[in-house]
Design a binder for this molecule. Sequence first.
Ligand code: NAI
Length: 559
Amino acid sequence: MSGQRSATDPLPHAASRGQPLPKGTVWLQDPALCKGTAFTEAERDRLGLRGLLPPRVFSIEEQALRVMSNFRRKPNDLERYVQLIALQDRNETLFYRVLVDHLEEMLPIVYTPTVGQACLEFGSLFRRPRGLYVSTADRGRVGDVLRNWPVRDVRVIVVTDGERILGLGDLGTYGMGIPIGKLTLYSVCAGIHPQHCLPVTLDTGTNNETLLRDPLYTGLCQPRVRGAAYDALLEEFITETQTVFPHAMVQFEDFANANAFPLLDRYRRRVCCFNDDIQGTAAVAVAGLFSALRLTGGQLANQRVLLFGAGEAGIGIAELLVNALEALGLSPVAARQHCWLVDSKGLVVQGRDHLNAHKLPFAHAMDGQPNLLSAIEAVRPTALIGASGVSRSFDQPVIEAMARLNPRPVVFALSNPTSKAECTAEEAYQWSDGRAVFASGSPFGAVQFGGQTLVPGQANNVYIFPGVGLGVLASEAREVTDSMFSIAARTLAAQVSESDLAKGRIYPSLRRIRDVSAIIASAVAEEAWRLDLARQPRPADLAAHIAGLMYQPVYPEYR
Ligand code: NAI
């Protein structure tokens, strides 16, 4: 089907202007239009589909039942991922319907950890292209490439260059699974219309030798470009997005540390953009700390937080914590005293050589400590947060030390996917005698300990970025500010109920995610109006306005 699409009306403009509807297989081949066996008798006549479908008409509930029974019969999670992607390619409405209704079961499939496995095997799983690829070979014509996308009213772009996919490293164009997965979550968790979403992979080469030798590799077989050539491609891409998709927010995703910070610094005031690994992770981790304090009975101003891993996630969390402490009246210098970093060379302290600019503010006056355990003994943290990508680095002595220093040690093992987690939920509970307040990046199931069922939290950015995106969309904010992430963190923490806490759960149930995202969106949009960054006037009933913007996966009637 040719022609530009509009997001709110899935039919191409020609059809929606009252011209006769096209007939035949086009209705089955376009995932945005397809209803499969749910086309009604009248639609089958009107659209020329009679005979092209088996005679029985199914409801979407019956179709969902079929999807779920196949899903649960699959031998492994990767097969489930393939099944869901195939459904997304076939019938978008049904895909979103089953995800909205079964998010807890499906989130680990469409996102971490299974998406990591899917990215590793992207070459062999590849069936049908999805998203937009912009490569270094496109320099000078990036605008033309963007204009090839069939929708002009794009509101959210998630872009990666594939260099730091989860904790798996450089996966080049195989990283495309990440922007696709994240945008799926925007639609599922915050109701941002799928047609408003654009996944982009920038192919700037790969330094992954295995991929360069892989005959199925889908990207340019060349080493990564660096320096001026890289910056020029990014500059052209960002500039052209402003022309072609002037209402789009850009989310930087899974860029390597060395590019992530400079890109955010360069563009955050110029365009509506943020980096989820830095700012989204920070908000979800700080929200987790707020909730954890309700369990431990502590005050934020009395915490010492040790961040293991001083990269995008670690620094982002430290900066947002400082922001939260400043809001309590602490000076920036005093606030920083509450945050400590450990990187691959040990504790970050004053006088250590070659500390980068982002670590320097957190380099305190203390003797150097070569490893995590000695750093814990020296700093005596109340909370330990892992964002290092180093699996099993929170070993028994580390957790035991935290448990010796604190009646209720706070331990977050954020590294993804599961294979990279600093420790498992079971280890954290076992080694702390069931006292740890635990959260992880990838999901762990409930743990039985001492006759109790302990439910670990999943510090999943999905609690934050969809709501922030919806708030930006509702207000048409010109910028995404740190204060919006602070507000999102506080709003998320306030959504954790006493009954969640009673089970040890420091995030709300995923079953409430659409409501939670809408509440976060309202708070973020209010901040945009407060800061005079909104391009839309504030509607009288903001909550109703936001609810009205949210996509519902129900079939349209084709008349
Ligand atoms: P990054 O590459 O920017 O940072 C990694 C940091 O870990 C670097 O500072 C590095 O020096 C440090 N590190 C590496 N080896 C170490 C060692 N042996 N000891 C101590 N520190 C070491 O990566 P980024 O973006 O900060 O992500 C790190 C991890 O956090 C990844 O596994 C990622 O999947 C995870 N993550 C989790 C999120 C969540 O759960 N919500 C969100 C974002 C990231």
